[in-house]
Design a protein around this ligand. Structure first.
Ligand code: SAH
Length: 359
C-alpha cells in the first residue's frame, strides 16, 4: 500500500472557482461565517481574478484558512504563448493542476476582445480535419477551468474581455453540465457579468443536447459545425453524423432558433475538392433556405496528420459569392493567427508530442 504522507490532498478538495455564487453562500454559511463574505470571496475570484487566497486582502485570516482547508484554489499556469505578427492574436498553452495542457486564444476584433476557450482536454468526436481529436479525450474541464482561461488571459494581457467563444479543443455539449454552470457563472453580476449575447457555443451537433440547451431560453449564440452539404459527405468528415442525420441536426438548430430567436451560425470548413464544389454550394443553399442564419466559411487549416488541402483564396471567395447570390449571409473567417498554429489542438498536440519525445 502506498502511504500518503499529506492527508490533506489538494486534488481531493473541491475546486472553489467552480462553485456558483448562491452555492458559495451556502458553503460559507455552513462554515459558520457571515453570508456577505461569499460575495467578497466570489468577487476576488471572478472579478479581480485572484489566483490564491493570499490575494484576498479584506478576508479574515481564519476564513481564508477554513477555505483553503476545504477547497482548492489552483490556477492555470502559462506554458507558452505565441503571438501573431499579422493580427495580434495570442495563442496560449496552459497547464492544468493535474499536468494536462490546454489551448486558449486571445483575439482582437473591432467589436472588442474575444477569448476562445477549450471545454475538454482533447476531444472524442473524431472530426477528420481536426487536430484536437487525434488522441481522443483525456477529460472534461470544470467550470472554473473554463473561466480561468478567460481570467488568466485578462490578467496576462491586461485587456478587457468582452466576448467568449467556446470553440477551442473539445465538444462543449459533451461536457454539458459543466458548460451550464460555466454560463451561469460567466454571466453572474458578481462575476464578469458578461452578456449572454456575447457568448457563443460551437457544437458538432449533439441533437438532444442542442434541444436541452434551447429549452433554457438563454440568449447565447449557437454555432453548428456543419461542414457538408449532405448526409453522405458529412459522414465522411464527421463521425457524429453516423449518430444524427443532418436533417435531425438542422431541425434541432431550427428549434434552438424558435426558442431563443438567436440567429444561428453554421460553420463550414472548406476542404479543397471535398466539400467546396459548385454542387456543394447549390445543395447548401437549398438546405439553408428560410433559416435565419449566417454561414461562416473556414478555409481548412491543414494538419500534418491528414492530407486535406485548403482551397485557394479565389475559390473560397467564389464559393462565398455563390451562397451570397442566393441570399445567404456568409463570412469567411478571418484567418486569425495562421502563422502560429491556428488550428484547434495543433499547439497542444505539438507540445504533448515534444514532451513525450523527451520523456
Ligand atoms: N467541438 C466544437 C468546437 C470545435 S472547434 C465543434 O465541433 O463545433 C471550432 C470549429 O473549428 C469547428 O467548426 C471545427 O470543426 C473547426 N475546425 C477544427 N479544426 C479545423 C481545421 N483544421 N481547419 C478548419 N476548421 C477546423
Amino acid at each position: 500500500m502506498v502511504m500518503v504522507s499529506d492527508p490533506v490532498n489538494e486534488l481531493e478538495k473541491r475546486d472553489i472557482r467552480s462553485i456558483p455564487f448562491e452555492n458559495l453562500q451556502d458553503e460559507i454559511v455552513a462554515l459558520s461565517e457571515p453570508k456577505f463574505r461569499a460575495k467578497q470571496v466570489y468577487q476576488w475570484m471572478h472579478q479581480k481574478f485572484a489566483r490564491s487566497y493570499d490575494e484576498m486582502t479584506n478576508i479574515p485570516k481564519n476564513l481564508k484558512a477554513k477555505l483553503s482547508e476545504n477547497f482548492r484554489l489552483v490556477s492555470l499556469k502559462q506554458v507558452t504563448v505565441q503571438e501573431s505578427k499579422i493580427d495580434g492574436t495570442k495563442k496560449f498553452l496552459f497547464e492544468l493542476y493535474d499536468g494536462n495542457v490546454i489551448e486558449s486564444v486571445f483575439m482582437k476584433y473591432k467589436f472588442g476582445n474575444s477569448v476562445c476557450i477549450s471545454s475538454q482536454v482533447g476531444c472524442r468526436m473524431g472530426c477528420k480535419f481536426c487536430a484536437s481529436t487525434l488522441d481522443g479525450v483525456e477529460r472534461s474541464l470544470l467550470p472554473g477551468e473554463m473561466l480561468d482561461q478567460i481570467y488568466a488571459i485578462s490578467r496576462i494581457t491586461g485587456e478587457k474581455i468582452s466576448h467568449v467563444v467556446v470553440m477551442g479543443s473539445g465538444e462543449p455539449l459533451d461536457n454539458y453540465d459543466n458548460l451550464l454552470v460555466f454560463i451561469k457563472m460567466l454571466t453572474d453580476e458578481n462575476g464578469m457579468n458578461m452578456s449572454q449575447r456575447n457568448l457563443t457555443v460551437s457544437t458538432c451537433g449533439l441533437v438532444p443536447k442542442i434541444k436541452e440547451l434551447a429549452s433554457h431560453h438563454f440568449q447565447i449564440n449557437l454555432a453548428l459545425s456543419l461542414h457538408a452539404s449532405n448526409q453522405e459527405k458529412r459522414k465522411e468528415l464527421m463521425p457524429i453524423a453516423n449518430k444524427y442525420e443532418i436533417s435531425e441536426v438542422l431541425d434541432a438548430c431550427k428549434y434552438y432558433f424558435s426558442e431563443t430567436r438567436r440567429q444561428l451560425t453554421f460553420e463550414y470548413s472548406l476542404v479543397g475538392g471535398v466539400n467546396d464544389t459548385d454542387k456543394d454550394a447549390e445543395e447548401l443553399v437549398k438546405m439553408l433556405r428560410g433559416i435565419n442564419c449566417i454561414v461562416n466559411l473556414i478555409p481548412v487549416n491543414p494538419i500534418k496528420e491528414r492530407d486535406f488541402v485548403e482551397p485557394t483564396r479565389e475559390h473560397a471567395i467564389s464559393f462565398k459569392n455563390k451562397l451570397e447570390k442566393s441570399g445567404i449571409n456568409v463570412t469567411i473567417r478571418r484567418e486569425m493567427g495562421r502563422d502560429i498554429d491556428g488550428a484547434c489542438g495543433q499547439l497542444r498536440r505539438r507540445h504533448v508530442l515534444v514532451e513525450e519525445h523527451f520523456d
